[in-house]
Design a protein around this ligand. Structure first.
Ligand code: NAI
Length: 749
């Protein structure tokens, strides 16, 4: 049991409508914790008829009988100044006002009279106003005040038959939020509760067993807490009842900004409706002030249109396609925000096992996504391309995913925000249909490209538009990869799970074809089929393990052709042939003896190439980095020079301030690694190559190029850390001083 140390000795509390229900509970509680209480109640009926002094008197008696101090007041809250006067006369001050009095006049809006509307506003809104208006100068003068207003779920969400009551109750939320702002400088705090409790107001509405659990005493403690002098909460809304207490806030979608220099039509709104109302796209925010509320609007001031009449028309009236015009179109980018959880989910979706710790356990040193993860951030962007704008008679049911090309520019951080932008690579006329290739470029938070995808789709029925039949050679993206006649160098078999598609779709491809038997039947399949990009990921995973030793920097690109569909549960067999820097592969469904991925290859780079080129013994030895292979070497030289240039006293001061040994494990693009240390713990500090002489307090793993950016001040240490570009072990707090260390020593140069 918590000690009852939230006391109100010497404080004076006004509780309106305290003759029964919630108000009575509040009044008794404050009385029991040392406050002097003004028990206000008009003593009328729930619907506001009649008056009696009895209700208030009984509660005053109860407080006194328990040893507390209380006086009664029988005025209506509309005479708020008289209630405050009662407090001043009896106790000489007012510290807390609980606006709780209330009545109902429930009736459908159609039958509501002006009198019913007005009366509800008077009691709830005018009443609260009147009491506060009289107490406010006292609060300001004494530089102290605590206010609770009482709203209702009916106000926040609406309730049938309570148009008057909901409107009045939400008015109290507005009043609370403005008083919280105006009162803040004078230590006046104002919060609002939406309670749920058994009282005469609710006893006819709620079933008896519910009323049992809804004791007013389960609401009051929140009121007491919020009114305590030590509580700083201000301007907040709470839902409370039956022991539950929760805070409410606003949420706004990322929305859509239309160009301000163009006429905005309702059709434009209609077009963007999904985006305007999307709370789940990672762009939603929780504004708490009017200036935050205006952020979206202000930002849009600079949203000047790209001239749409200049947007080339791709499909002519007679159904011809201008492919060059299509290539020049630009489309909306898509933001993909992901966490380690999404990486694990993807890896599991392509068959990672619980024992593949580098794929399923975020704390594993080598944790990361299989490089085929690169298709995931680009998927929504590709899907958002308006095919109707670039093809005559487009029907999505006629679309087949034919080929996929993915090039990795930088290994994926294990979490972050990626922006993908689609574009048209080519449209080929194959007579019966057409082949459309959509490229998607994906960049990280610094704007650096991280991967490129090319989705090649065959669209039945969209051909014969007068276009060319053959595309241009785009290197690895279009290379024909025939398997050699010799036996494969490596073969890996993996049985997929019956639930593989159900799991894979959670990474972002929600097409019902992969889960819903009825939709699969419409598509002409016996069962929901596995995603082509799932088989692609599984094969990619096999090569990643066999040839790249699970090192993302060794995986340059992958290209596949989807030859046949796969049913979840089938065994996939990846056969691999190493040809120079390429691994040519194909994937077979073992049960059906059918090639399901053909014409496929992965290009290797970095360590994977070296490992194959060198003799096995040499490959096993760690690669020694040749001199000059690390750009960060110069940066460390500069830092060393910076420290040397300092006075001895400055050096000692720096050591006293930082008190830490940093070790840097640096890897370059070729996959070689080296170590440096900065010792700002011993003597006057030291910088050098190799591992730290004394045990490091923090070990920082970072790419060579990233360290150079860091040291030159073009990158932010915190951001890199958050995005996973810097990995920190040991005293993480010390790593937060890294930015300062680099800056301080560089500035001395
Ligand atoms: P209640 O009817 O037991 O208490 C309201 C009290 O206010 C009564 O004692 C009544 O005599 C008094 N009152 C009415 N008009 C007055 C006036 N003009 N001047 C002074 N006193 C007046 O009802 P309950 O449930 O305790 O309600 C308390 C507050 O909580 C009300 O503002 C109500 O709207 C609000 N509320 C209650 C919910 C609940 O589940 N009980 C749900 C949402 C809001």
């Amino acid at each position: 049991m918590a000690a009852e140390n939230l006391r109100f000795d010497g404080r004076v509390v006004i509780v309106t409508g305290a003759g029964g229900g919630l108000g009575r509970s509040h009044a008794l509680a404050f009385g029991a914790r040392g406050a002097s209480v003004v028990v206000n109640d008009l003593g009328g009926s729930t619907t506001g008829e009649g008056a009696s002094s009895r209700a208030a008197d009984v509660v005053v008696e109860e407080i006194r009988a328990a040893g507390g101090k209380a006086v009664a007041n029988y005025d209506s809250v509309l005479d708020g100044e008289k209630i405050v006067e009662t407090a001043m006369k009896a106790f000489g001050r007012v510290d807390i006002v609980i606006n709780n009095a209330g009545i109902l006049k429930d009736v459908s809006f159609a039958r509501m009279t002006d009198a019913q509307w007005d009366l509800i506003f008077q009691v709830h809104v005018d009443g609260a106003y009147k009491v506060l208006k009289a107490a406010w100068p006292i609060f300001r003068k004494q530089k102290y005040g605590r206010i609770i207003n009482t709203t209702s779920a009916a106000g926040i969400y609406g309730n049938f038959g309570q148009a008057n009551y909901s409107a009045a109750k939400l008015a109290l939320v507005g009043l609370t939020q403005t008083l919280a702002l105006e009162g803040k400088k004078d230590n006046i705090h104002c919060n609002v509760i939406a309670p749920m409790a058994a009282s005469r107001m609710t006893e006819t509405i709620l079933p008896p067993d519910m009323l049992q659990s809804l004791k007013p005493e389960m609401v009051t403690p929140l009121v007491e807490y919020l009114c305590h002098e030590d509580t700083t909460e201000n301007g907040s809304i709470f839902e409370v009842g039956a022991g539950f207490v929760g805070k409410l806030r606003w949420e706004r979608t990322g929305g859509h900004g239309f160009a301000i220099d163009k006429t905005l039509l309702p059709e434009h709104i209609q077009d963007k409706w999904a985006k305007i109302t999307d709370f789940e796209d990672g762009r939603a925010t929780h504004p708490t002030t009017t200036s935050e509320s205006m952020e979206g609007i202000m930002a849009n001031f600079e949203n000047v249109s790209v001239d749409d009449s200049a947007r080339p028309k791709v499909v002519s009236a007679d159904g011809k396609v201008d492919v060059e015009a299509a290539k020049s179109l630009s489309f909306d980018s898509d933001v993909f925000e992901y966490s380690e959880r999404d990486v694990i989910l993807y890896n599991l979706g392509i068959g990672a096992k619980r024992t593949d710790l580098h794929l399923v356990y975020e704390n594993n040193d080598a944790f990361g996504a299989v490089p085929t993860f690169g298709v995931i951030p680009s998927f929504t962007a590709m899907n958002a391309v308006p095919f109707g704008e670039i093809l005559p008679s487009f029907n999505p049911m006629m679309l087949l995913h034919g080929e996929q090309y993915l090039e990795i520019i930088k290994p994926f951080p294990t979490q972050g925000k990626l922006t993908s932008t689609p574009y048209v690579v080519d449209i080929l006329d194959k007579g019966k249909g057409c082949v459309v290739t959509i490229g998607v470029k994906t960049a990280d938070e610094n704007g650096d490209d991280i991967c490129v995808n090319e989705f090649t789709m065959f669209i039945r029925g969209s051909g014969n538009f007068g276009g060319k039949k053959e595309g241009t050679d785009r290197g690895a993206a279009t290379a024909v990869n025939q398997v050699p006649s010799r036996k494969p160098d490596h073969v890996v078999q993996e049985k997929t799970s019956e639930d593989q598609a159900a799991l894979y779709r959670l990474s972002g491809d929600w097409n019902p074809l992969h889960i819903d038997p009825d939709m699969a039947a419409v598509g002409g399949f016996d069962v929901p089929i596995l995603h082509g990009l799932c088989s692609f990921g599984i094969a990619g995973k096999h090569i990643f393990k066999t040839y790249c030793n699970n090192d993302a920097a060794s995986f340059k690109n992958i290209k596949v052709r989807f030859a046949k569909t796969v049913n979840p549960g089938e065994t996939l067999e990846t056969s691999m042939w190493r040809e120079g820097n390429k691994v040519i592969f194909q994937v077979r469904s073992v049960e059906r003896d059918a090639i399901i991925i053909s014409n496929a290859a992965v290009e290797l780079q970095g360590e994977a190439l070296k490992a194959a080129a060198a003799a096995p013994a040499a490959a096993a030895a760690p690669a020694a980095a040749p001199a000059g292979a690390f750009k960060s070497a110069a940066a460390f030289d500069q830092i060393a020079a910076g420290i040397t240039a300092m006075s001895s006293a400055d050096r000692q001061a720096q050591v006293k301030k930082i008190k830490g040994i940093f070790q840097f494990d640096i890897t370059n693009e070729a996959g070689q690694s080296t170590q440096y240390f900065i010792d700002l713990k011993n003597g006057e500090g030291a910088v050098g190559a190799g591992p730290a002489k004394n045990k490091p307090d923090v070990v920082i793993a970072v790419k060579d190029a990233t360290f150079v950016e860091l040291a030159s001040g073009t990158a932010n240490a915190q951001k890199l850390f958050m995005s996973g570009a810097i990995k920190v072990k040991g005293q993480v707090m010390l790593a937060t001083k890294l930015g300062d260390v680099l800056k301080a020593n560089k500035s001395k140069l």
